[in-house]
Write a protein that binds this ligand. Sequence first.
Ligand code: F6R
Length: 616
Amino acid sequence: MCGIVGYVGKQKASPFILEGLKRLEYRGYDSTGVAILQGGAFSLVKKTGRVANLEREVAKFNLNGTFGIGHTRWATHGGVTDANAHPHVSSDGKIALIHNGVIENYSSMKKFLVSKGYTFSSETDTEVLCNLIAYHYAKEPEVVGENRFFASVRKTLLHAEGTYGIVTMCVDLPGEMVAARKGSPLILGLGDGENIVASDVSAIVARTQNVVYLKDGEIVRLTPKEFQITTLDQEAVSPFVDKVTWSIADAELGAHAHFMEKEIFEQPLALENSMRGRFSEDSSTANFGGLNLTASELRQVDRFMFCACGTAWHACLVTEHLIERFARLPVEVDYASEFRYRNSPLDRNTLFFVMSQSGETIDTLAALREAQRKGYRVLAINNVVGSTIAREANGGIYQHVGPEIGVASTKAFTSQILLGAMLALYIARLRDMSFSDGVTYVNALKGAPDLVREALKQAPHIKAIAKRFAHHSDFLFLGRLSLFPLALEGALKLKEISYIHAEGYPAAEMKHGPIALISEKCPSVFFAPKGEIFNKVVSSMQEIKARKGPVIAIITEGCELPPGLADEVITIPDCHEAVLPIVAAIPVQLLSYYIAVDRGCDVDKPRNLAKSVTVE
Ligand code: F6R
């Protein structure tokens, strides 16, 4: 939600900031803006729409300054207008500010500032924060040991309720920036004679791989050559300088038309990276050192709780199925946004997990904190190294799939399922699973990347199916057992990127309501893998067909459908139960991708969405 970049250095700031905003655009893309400090004033350019619009606008100005800030917005307070775009400049022209988050007490602050003569040109909470800094800056005498600007930012933030990642500049202090965070990510990039602050590393790695992840409640003063971090309560912080392990090429499109396409086709490699080094030497179980739990501690666990949002929540549902099936332990899965307010009773021996690609989803973070507050150890399955969830969890498993930039999650989803399957194996092997069943399971998981490669070969066939059905406005996705969450995921993928109404249901549940939707205008996508429920799913297909509903059947190799039952058939490799949900994800990802492309949708930046949801 909103991407921010600040640059203090020796080179022209605007090209670097624009480049950074392009990389952060997946975080929000309603409107964009830059402010460059030059010639004793802020040069401000703001525009609704994408960074490309801003770039055209910026080209009309002579922005030569080497200090600046830029923002790409996902609107919270105030509509999508040039005026509401960031950066905001205080009404006295002294302070410029970019902000990611929500200031909850902004209206009382605004009332106060209006009474002091400050004026506002936008409807945003951010402009209020900016003017409050200006107010303190104008009013306060120099504070000993702190410069006046830094002191005024600190003072303002002590009054601010809500969440923020901010970067701000003062017109009187060229070459200096102040940034702070509470609830919204901020990362410092430490360059050679230049420093950067941004919402995520993708805006930084072009210049440096040395980064510092700011923590909540920290504030930093940056110049081209140095930075000092303290807490808002003025405690000194010794920074830990981390090294980013991926390079700029990982965040580029290459030969692909969209990041979503790139990330779908990257999945064999992503799965290899997720599992690398995580099987025991005898290939009979998984190893997860990062859980920070001994085998005997894990044996005390008699129940699991998983919390997540969206696609990650679907991966939790698959994990639930696999842990219950193979480790024979009960699992509960909850939406993080519900759990945080539900005050759910938890058993003493429950082990709590959160799953989050970004590690910044505010509801998932709140669920983690709520569980920790209740005294639980919380473990995280997470992709973004150094993210807030990764840092606040008591241990966990990194996904290692590299940056996921397409707003619709694909490679992170299959990696989460893989890690859930490995976790199920790990727990099962501590309990009742035999050595030889463990070896069979491990071999199956090791084969997952090749099976996904095989499934990806169906792309041209799925593209043709997508063309045939792209004009429909309702879809059902139906699956059972571990593929019921895949039905939910298929429906979510389709609706989020192509704006087609779609619902996911357990296949047999369809006759308890959704069947009323069925007509020749509403296709149903069925998962019908080989196994005990194949015939049951075929019966559900018959019920749809009897009502003239088109059927798209995803079957595994070796299955035979009655002639004429399915309008289209997609065949995926037959595989072990633990791998099936991973392989089954491929056709629904491709189907939604090609339908969205056919309908001319902006696949990587669907309307109203943003990659990491850092507001409630
Ligand atoms: C859908 C999608 C979202 C995310 C959800 C959680 O394609 O990407 O539903 O899965 O916002 O995000 P993370 O995993 O970053 O917590």
